[in-house]
Structures are given as C-alpha cells and as structure tokens.
Design a protein around this ligand. Structure first.
Ligand code: FAD
Ligand code: FES
Length: 333
C-alpha cells in the first residue's frame, strides 16, 4: 500500500505506507526535495501541508523556529504520511539524489578505536555499498528516539562495506549506544546514501578538505577519492582537534596519505610545554592564513561542529567570495 503525495502546482509521487519519512520517500522516488541533515536540525526540508494527514515524528525538532511553527511549517525528515496528501515545497534539480537511497540491514563486523573518544565502525550489507565519497547514512542506534546521521569514511565498494568514524559525545544517547549497546555481530537497519557534500571528480581544481573533530570521517573519504580520481591533483587537508591524542587522519588514510600534498594538524587545547611545535588555534584560522591566495583555484569540502562550519562559510562566502557551487559541507548537529 502507498500514499500519493501531490506537489501543489506540479507532479506527484508515491510513498510506501511503510516508509519512515516523507523525505526518504521523496528521494527514493527520485524527487529533488530540498534537505541537508535528514535529522531535524537544519530546517532545509520545510514544507506546507495543504491537505491530508501527516504524522510528526519529533515535535520539538530544532529545524523549525517558533515562527515556522506558528505558520504551520513542517519538516519532511520528521513527517510520515498517513494518507494521500497535497504539499507545497519548492523542489530542485540540485537536490535530486545522485544515488537513490535504499534501506538495508547491516551487521557490525568490527569496531576499532582511533582516538580516546572516536572509533571506526565497520558494517557489512548484502548489497554493494553504493554512495559517493563524502555522503552519509542514517540509522537508529539501539534504544534511541529518532535517527542519527553518520558519514561514510571509506570509498564505495562492491563488497557492501560501510565504515563510519563515530565520536562518543558526552551524554549523547545515540553515539554512546553505538559504543555500549551494539555488539560485534549485531544487526542495524541503515539507510542511505544521503547528502550533497560529496566529491566532485569532474571539478578540475585543487581540493581543500577541512575536518573538525568527528568531521574526519567524510574528509578521509573525500581525500581518498581525490587521490584515486587523479593522483597528480593538489590536495590540502586540515585537521582540527583539541590535543595531539585526538588527531587520526594519518592513521585512517594509511598509505593513501602519500597522495596528500600538505596535511596540517591544528590543535586548539594542547597543553603549553607539551613539546607540540605545530599549529595552535582554531582550524578555520589556519585555513585563512594558509589557503588565502589559492582559494580561487580550489574546491572546498568540510565537516564538523556548527561553530567551525559557520566560521568557514563566513570566510569562504563573505570574505573570499568563493562561488557556492565550489563549497561542499555538512554541519554535524
Ligand atoms: C549530515 C551529518 C553527518 C554526521 N556525521 C557524523 C560522523 O561521521 N561521525 C560522528 O561522530 N557524528 C556525525 N554526525 C553527528 C551525529 O549524527 C550525532 O548528532 C552525534 O553522534 C550526537 O548524537 P547523540 O545521539 O550522541 O547525541 P544526542 O544529543 O542524544 O542527539 C543528537 C542529535 O540526534 C537527533 N535527535 C535527538 N533527539 C531526537 C528525537 N527525539 N527524534 C529525532 N532525532 C533526534 C538530533 O539531530 C540531535 O541533534 C553527523 C551529523 C550530521 C547532521
Ligand atoms: S533535512 Fe530536515 S531538518 Fe535538516
């Protein structure tokens, strides 16, 4: 059984009655529905319900402001159709998924610590791992309300291997459940791929990758893809972390690190007198200092906490006027 979703003034699409959300149903149907985070944080998937019945999965989602709520706005990533519906939303070609997302069952085959607070999770599906480097999958960690998004840190492959670098967030329900409640051999329903911050192999420019904390996962994936796509291309990687023990890019890259032109670790909370003679401060400050004149010839990829992504957006868009089409990022809510 399915529900027909009609776009006011346009076409429509069918969403299976068992579908988790309106957004996933739309993207599976190949519709260019606007979105970014898939988890209720950004507000990009706002729409108006004109008629029909739609269940809200998370009334308090921060992606809607009080004003949005007063105006009756809803989030497609937190809504599930319960009947045929008519909705109002501006769809766009740029949102059409390059790889249609599919729901799959994965098995956790390994969990490898990479720092004191982060581990690489390796999952296997029967289906090939179809995605573009830099994209993410969504899943519901055991025992949590709502889904979480985690970016793949490996490259697409026919063996169905999905790697994620996950940080244990103090007090975080989902991330802690991934460490404490999921055992090797357990299964997890995963859905993907999602996201627009994927590698553009066709762009003939230098690649600048910037990671803050657990943003390292998609940065490793994009850096690997850049090395594989054209080994001669200049690739600059900045890794922002608190202390030396929190750095993990070289360990995750392995021998592919040889394809990186310059790797710059930047530490924000390394103790004075620890012997660290590298860069100190915030990673966006070092990007501003080091990339400056090269910005015009570069394609930018970054992922990490909102203060870092906002500082980089300000630097790239406002100060350096880099065209939006060359800036690809995920804000980790
Ligand atoms: C596109 C994207 C990619 C990401 N990739 C990574 C990655 O590769 N590695 C990594 O470590 N982290 C990543 N994150 C962050 C990750 O998704 C989690 O936010 C983080 O692990 C903290 O989750 P938590 O459950 O531990 O914390 P919590 O504070 O318990 O929850 C954090 C988030 O979960 C969602 N949430 C909470 N409650 C509900 C609810 N009732 N219903 C629905 N949703 C709810 C919200 O989005 C909230 O901000 C990514 C985030 C995004 C948006
Ligand atoms: S995509 Fe729905 S709130 Fe971000």
């Amino acid at each position: 059984m399915s529900h027909r979703i009609t776009l006011e003034g346009g076409d429509g699409f069918d969403v299976s009655a068992g579908e988790d959300t309106l957004l996933r149903g739309a993207l599976r149907a190949g519709v260019g529905f606007p979105y970014d985070c898939s988890v209720g944080g950004c507000g990009s998937c706002r729409f108006d319900l004109v008629s029909g019945e739609m269940e809200s999965l998370w009334d308090g989602a921060p992606g809607l402001s009080e004003r949005d709520r007063r105006r009756g706005k809803r989030l497609a990533c937190q809504s599930r159709p319960l009947s045929d519906c008519t909705i109002k939303v501006r769809t766009g070609e740029e949102y059409r998924p390059p790889v249609p997302p599919v729901p799959m069952t994965a098995v956790l085959v390994a969990r490898r610590p990479v720092t004191a607070s982060m581990a690489e999770f390796i999952l296997k599906t029967a289906e090939p791992a179809h995605f573009i480097a830099g994209q993410y999958a969504v899943f519901r960690p055991p025992g949590t309300d709502g889904t979480r998004a985690y970016s793949m840190s490996n490259l697409p492959n026919g063996e169905g291997e999905w790697r994620f670098v996950i940080r244990r967030v103090p007090g975080g329900r989902g991330s802690n459940a991934m460490f404490d409640a999921l055992a090797i051999g357990d299964t997890l329903d995963i859905d993907g791929p999602y996201g627009h911050a994927h590698f553009r192999a066709e762009a003939p420019r230098d690649v600048v990758c910037i990671a803050g904390g657990s943003g390292i996962g998609p940065v490793v994936s994009v850096a690997r893809a850049a090395v594989a796509a054209s080994p001669g291309r200049r690739l600059f990687v900045f890794e922002g972390a608190r202390t030396r023990e929190d750095l993990c890019f070289p360990a995750l890259m392995g021998t592919a690190q040889d394809g990186v032109t310059v790797y710059t670790p930047v530490l924000s909370a390394e103790a004075d007198g620890s012997g660290w003679d590298g860069v100190r401060g915030f990673v966006h400050e070092e990007v501003e200092r080091a990339v400056g004149p090269r910005a015009e010839e570069s394609e930018f990829y970054f992922a990490g906490p909102p203060p870092m992504t906002e500082a980089l957006q300000k630097l790239l868009v406002v100060k350096w006027t880099v065209p939006i089409a060359r800036i690809h990022f995920d804000r980790f809510f």
